[in-house]
Write a protein that binds this ligand. Structure first.
Ligand code: NDP
Length: 295
């Protein structure tokens, strides 16, 4: 039987609608959540992401503050800007677009953001809070995957989850979130032996590798839910194409449910960034957190 296609675009639109409703309620109390995005340099993909973030921030009724800095910006100047944003009461969320130019120390920069405004969830305090099951800011891409998994399965308790990829921004926080939801979690990576049989035991298979169509249908446990985080630009039949880390056509014949690329995990990332900004705003003011928009 063909897999159910999990429509991330439609899901993200619902999340944004909930955020917009929440923002309207906050505005009625005289508060407008604000998101500051800092872009250093002119990386084309980053410019597109930042533009989309800015547009969607305004669409849900939040204030958007964009800071575009030269590629040669010094670390001291970037840290001074972050200190200013940390102190600005109109700014509830701060995102520094990665990757940063090589002369800037990303860890230092990210850890200079006030953890309460760290809507990307990359600050070491938020990583530690998530790792110990405490309230934190949750990285947006894994948060989006979690929302879709919860909506599809209801409870995730006891399910066998395999995550392929152990990056700090996707694989590790995804594992932590699924563990917090009582899955039995395996993290696979480039040194994993017999990846096929590891993948074959998954009820939930999350692919976050960055290798086009690396996971074929034969690696998928029949009936499993497949979440494809990969975004790979390839050329096929002379045309540019976006594909995931999973071979969609073969996997969709075996899986119970699957996210497509594009239109799966991708749209959820910005939606969750907006949800996190709403949450950060409420936490900073001691207001109730938005229902259904926190991990
Ligand atoms: P990284 O390059 O940081 O991590 C890739 C991971 O995959 C590493 O842990 C690596 O293992 C593992 N890996 C590489 N090759 C293999 C292999 N042959 N077998 C098993 N594991 C392997 O990538 P990211 O986590 O940042 O991103 C992963 C993908 O997700 C990319 O395509 C990226 O574009 C996409 N992405 C999508 C987002 C979205 O919004 N949808 C957001 C963020 C990322 P090792 O650690 O051993 O090297």
């Amino acid at each position: 039987m063909a897999a159910k296609i999990i429509d991330g675009k439609a899901f993200a639109a619902k999340v944004r609608a909930s955020v917009a409703e929440h923002v309207t309620a906050l505005k009625a109390k005289g508060v407008t959540p604000g998101l500051a995005v800092v872009l250093v340099g002119k990386d084309p993909a980053s410019q597109v992401y930042v533009r989309n973030k800015g547009q969607q921030t305004l669409e849900v009724g939040m204030a958007s503050f964009e800071h575009k800095l030269n590629a040669s910006t010094s670390e001291a100047d970037l840290l001074a800007l972050i200190a200013k944003l940390n102190a600005d009461t109109k700014v509830h969320g701060i995102l520094v677009q990665l990757p940063l130019p090589k002369h800037l120390n990303s860890d230092l920069v990210i850890n200079s953001i006030d953890p309460a405004k760290d809507v990307d969830g990359f600050h070491i305090s938020n990583v530690g809070l998530l790792g110990t099951g405490q309230k934190s800011m949750v990285p947006c891409t894994p948060f989006g995957c979690l929302m879709m998994l919860r909506a599809h399965h209801g409870s995730l308790a006891g399910l066998e989850a395999v995550i392929v990829g152990r990056s700090n921004i996707v694989g590790k926080p995804m594992a932590q979130l699924l563990l917090n939801d009582s899955c039995t979690v395996t993290i696979a990576h480039s040194r994993t032996r017999d990846l096929q049989s590891v993948c074959r035991r998954a009820d939930i298979l999350v692919a976050a590798v960055g290798r086009p169509e690396m996971i074929p249908g034969e690696w998928v446990n029949p009936g499993a839910t497949v979440i494809d985080v990969g975004i790979n630009r390839i050329e096929r039949d002379g045309k540019a194409k976006l594909v995931g880390d999973v071979h969609f056509e073969s996997a969709a014949k075996v899986a119970g449910a699957i996210t497509p690329v594009p239109g799966g995990v991708g749209p959820m990332t910005i939606a969750c960034l907006l949800a996190n900004t709403s949450t950060a705003c409420c936490r900073s003011l001691g207001l109730p957190e938005p229902a259904g928009l926190t991990a």
